[in-house]
Design a protein around this ligand. Sequence first.
Ligand code: S3P
Ligand code: PEP
Length: 397
Amino acid sequence: MRGTATLPASKSESNRVLILQALAGGGTLENLSDANDTQLMRRLLAHPEASVVDAEDAGTVMRFLTAYLAVTGRQVTLTGTARMCERPIGVLVDALRQLGAVIDYVDRQGYPPLRLRGWEPTESAPLQVRGDISSQFISALMMIGPLVPGGLQLQLTGHVGSRPYIQMTAELMRHFGADVEAGERTVRVGTRPYQPADYHVESDWSAASYWYSMVALAPSGSQVRLPGLRRQSLQGDQVVRHLMESLGVRTEFVADGVELHQLAPEERSSRVAMNFTDCPDLAQTIAVAAAATGVVVDMTGLESLRIKETDRIAALQTELAKVGATLTDIGDAVFQVKAADFRVADARIATYHDHRMAMAFAPLALRGPLTIDRPAVVRKSYPFFWEELRQAGFTLE
Ligand SMILES: O=C(O)C1=C[C@@H](OP(=O)(O)O)[C@@H](O)[C@H](O)C1
Ligand SMILES: C=C(OP(=O)(O)O)C(=O)O
């Protein structure tokens, strides 16, 4: 492999700046993601009169809009796909209720759909918010912080995951003029109002991970250029560049992005430990690439994978087995990925309505033909993924 691949823009940055722009009342956003998650957020924000808001399968849309629509006092029902209605939201609803939002559960307590019935703002005491289910609850609350009378204070409890996403929220809020501090266990947002600001969204480091995997699996001497990534990134998934060194990929920053180079096979680790608490979206890419390169990886911090687009641990276990690899719970919250008998051999990979299952397994085509079921799932974050693969030289039917 040699050439340049186009990445989508970061959907996490895009979906934050869309909310912040709506709250600030202006600003020009450049390079917004064409991911369905972002296009959906844009459409929903543009139709404030809707009485039903369908967040589809987009976690950030569901969580960020719940907070946004609550403080803007809207009477609206928020729903999503069947899977979205199995993804928890109780922590966020509890916190919003304490801030004066009137919210009912339509069916099951703690899960969408939700009915929002207005907001009677109250000055709030510091709120205790669990950080071990989803950081999106914390980001959602932070972004409405300036609208809370007297400001917002959160005390984070439990083992806080996905921290870089909280820091991203704080940085982007500051960019739009907010007064916010996000520490280890406390978050404080002052009442200083948002100001319109312009923002250029960076390319998506989570999407870049699939190209890292392809370079790791490609014939020796392969290299790929990925424009639009920055060394100073707000995205925690930039750590892919360190994690992938163990799997044989070196990153070089160039003027307009990065260039990925394949290292000699002897420079790969044979066994390595990696913690995904701060970068859960990289876990599937790494698990599949590790299986294919024969690196044994002891993976920790996978707890949140069970409540994402699918149960990603179970999905990985089933699909890795088809290529002769295992993901085994070896105790102490460690899942070990290992390839006893790796072979692609026309495997047929199921994707479980999860874009990352499709994209994480696609690089295996470098080791033999395979079938990926329901390829259109990639539209959630990287709609032109297959087209980029074709341009890179893959044969797709
Ligand atoms: O805030 C965000 O943009 C995201 C936070 C993470 O979710 P959790 O906080 O639920 O781990 C991540 O998995 C998701 O893809 C995007
Ligand atoms: C978990 C993801 O997204 P979300 O939680 O926003 O649906 C993801 O993109 O991998």
